[in-house]
Design a binder for this molecule. Structure first.
Ligand code: FMN
Length: 212
């Protein structure tokens, strides 16, 4: 192999190797899908933890995995989700996860976290000071590219309908796991758009904080 080609091949493989260290996706543990608190007990316990008293404790990977699955995971083969979507489309509201270690996109297909950055953005994305204390902020973002055959005037309604369903699933999963949770509408869309490197048409809608 000529010297120059050998060097190019070495450089190519080195950059692929280095890139795999730059972005570290996180495989989530298998979510809990049986046992635990009954649905009716969860409904009885559902509630928002007050912002002022929101705890700073850690949430385990198992708990995060179960909450994300409840919010928009696959529950019936490869085309059925825990939440209803217009015409059975794949979830067009995506969940970004902001944590102390970095920001991630929840990929329901494969059930893993795709790394966006290694920054702790929690203090910069909500209008209330207590947000940064929660172990995780789950940010709901409507993905513009998923709405190609939806009338423009329906996009907002369909997006918030999805947020409502996802939020109630999060509340119930959090109650069952004895986690603290609160839905938050007062977000900073521009900061979120910038920190999460969203596409122009993607729309941050609201978020959820969870903690213990
Ligand atoms: C549409 C909506 C917007 C909300 N926005 C915020 C918010 O920006 N900040 C906040 O601290 N709580 C927010 N909440 C949480 C509510 O304040 C909370 O759900 C309400 O006090 C009722 O308490 P419960 O969930 O324990 O029943 C919001 C709830 C809803 C449904």
């Amino acid at each position: 192999m000529p010297y120059i080609i050998r060097n190019l091949v070495v450089a190519l493989f080195s950059s692929i190797f280095l890139m795999s260290f730059c972005y570290a996706d996180i495989r989530l543990p298998t979510p809990q899908t049986s046992g635990g608190m009954s649905l009716f007990e969860s409904l009885k316990n559902r509630g928002s933890t007050s912002g002022a008293g929101f705890p700073m404790g850690q949430v385990s990977d198992n708990e995060l995995s179960t909450v994300l699955w409840a919010a928009s995971g696959l529950n019936r083969g490869d085309k059925g989700w825990t939440v209803p979507m217009f015409k059975g489309k794949p979830p067009y509201v995506r969940i970004y996860v902001a944590s102390e270690k970095g920001s991630y996109l929840y990929e329901w297909e494969g059930h893993y976290l795709k790394e966006i950055n290694k920054k702790d953005i929690r203090a910069n994305i909500g209008l209330q000071a207590f947000i940064k204390r929660a172990a995780y902020s789950l940010v709901f973002v409507a993905e513009e590219s998923a709405f190609k055959d939806v009338k423009p005037e329906q996009i907002n309604n369909f997006s918030y309908t999805a947020v409502g369903a996802m939020s109630q699933d999060i509340y119930l999963a959090a109650a069952a796991l004895k986690l603290n949770a609160r839905y938050i509408h007062s977000i900073k869309p521009a900061a979120i758009r910038q920190e999460l490197q969203l596409s122009e048409g993607d729309k941050p809608l609201a978020m959820f904080i969870i903690g213990k």
